[in-house]
Design a protein. Structure first.
Length: 198
């Protein structure tokens, strides 16, 4: 990261919205049938606490979120193509599946005092901090596109299909301009990591 670039989650005082792409490997874990508990125990044995549905957690090596029962997305630093999914598939011992969605989804991070207000212009969710506090996650529609949102400490994670990423990014930039927008350097999951917490 360049010294002159703003830190992830921080925007210049003149800007109300900070926008950065998030470079990450994205692996989806899905439990088979009623084996969510088994999958969660196996994940815990690997040092990963999987959040409950509708939540996002930061962890030592990245982020984990769930917007569907029995399914989780893990975001970690980019590695060799498919290696994360293969590692999980071997560890799941038949209680679930692991699919690499790194090329299927694009991730953005929005920060700044006006980020929630800006997103609310096209979001069906109530994004006020009281209704969508830190640690919460949800799937919704924005600008006619499916997205997933997660509330982090001081920022919001937005995931969208890679096929719609350019459209969503252009909308984010255009809609942020009245608030003042700062385009940040590419961030990584480790920029938001820490001990497992909601």
């Amino acid at each position: 990261m360049r010294v002159s670039a703003p830190e992830p989650g921080h925007v210049p005082a003149a800007a109300g919205v900070g926008l950065a792409s998030l470079a990450a490997d994205i692996v989806e874990l899905a439990a088979f049938g009623s084996r969510s508990g088994d999958l969660q125990r196996l994940a815990a044995a690997r040092g990963v606490t999987l959040p409950g549905c509708g939540h996002i957690t930061t962890r030592a090596r990245g982020l984990a979120l769930s917007v569907r029962p029995g399914r989780w997305l893990l975001l970690t630093a980019p590695a060799a193509a498919g290696s994360g999914a293969r590692s999980w598939e071997e560890a799941l011992a038949g209680c679930g599946s692991a699919v690499d969605l790194s090329c299927a989804l694009a991730a953005f991070v929005l920060s700044g005092p006006a980020a929630r207000e800006m997103l609310a212009r096209s979001c069906r969710l109530d994004l006020s901090p009281q209704a969508f506090p830190e640690g919460h996650a949800a799937a919704t529609i924005m600008v006619q596109v499916s997205v997933m949102l997660g509330a982090l400490s001081g920022s919001l994670l937005l995931l969208t299909p890679a096929t719609t990423a350019r459209h969503v990014h252009e909308w984010l930039v255009t809609t942020s301009r009245p608030f003042g927008v700062a385009l940040g350097p590419e961030a990584g999951p480790a920029d938001f990591s820490g001990d497992d917490r909601a």
